[in-house]
Design a protein around this ligand. Structure first.
Ligand SMILES: N=c1c2ncn([C@@H]3O[C@H](COP(=O)(O)OP(=O)(O)OP(=O)(O)O)[C@@H](O)[C@H]3O)c2ncn1[C@@H]1O[C@H](COP(=O)(O)O)[C@@H](O)[C@H]1O
Length: 105
């Protein structure tokens, strides 16, 4: 999924704030940020299981579920995808090995 598709999906999710709950699954999640957070956790575990099982199709499907639910969670907490991208951009060029991991590693 390209960044452009993620932006379009995020815009759809934002629009669902004003949709009727009985017509929109997204609106139901936006009304219940705790459920939304739990769904991100569930979908993350399902991604990990699919990856561990080396099930390519399942990994694609679960990854899409995770991205959708992650975007809903961000919207429910009034965080724009661009803000997350800014954090990623700030990290660019800094190796993961460069972080201070403390004496325990
Ligand atoms: N990308 C998605 C998307 N991916 C997954 N899902 C839904 O996520 C739900 C949860 O998936 P699960 O596999 O966990 O199913 P479940 O365990 O039965 O779900 P829960 O009862 O736990 O919520 C399913 O109902 C899927 O249909 C999505 N629902 C919506 N979208 C996008 O959001 C748009 C708006 O959707 P509505 O708000 O429903 O109009 C759609 O046009 C799509 O572009």
């Amino acid at each position: 999924m390209s960044k452009n598709a993620l932006d379009r999906l995020a815009a759809t999710i934002r629009e669902r704030r004003t949709e009727a709950a009985d017509k929109s699954y997204t609106r139901q999640l936006l009304d219940d940020p705790i459920k939304s957070a739990k769904k991100v956790g569930e979908e993350g575990v399902e991604v990990a299981i699919a990856a561990t099982a080396q099930d390519r199709n399942a990994l694609l499907q679960e990854s899409a579920d995770l991205l959708y639910h992650f975007l809903v969670l961000l919207e429910s907490r009034n965080i724009a995808l661009d803000e997350v991208c800014e954090v990623l951009e700030q990290r660019m060029g800094t190796s993961g090995l460069a972080r201070d991991k403390g004496p325990a590693g």
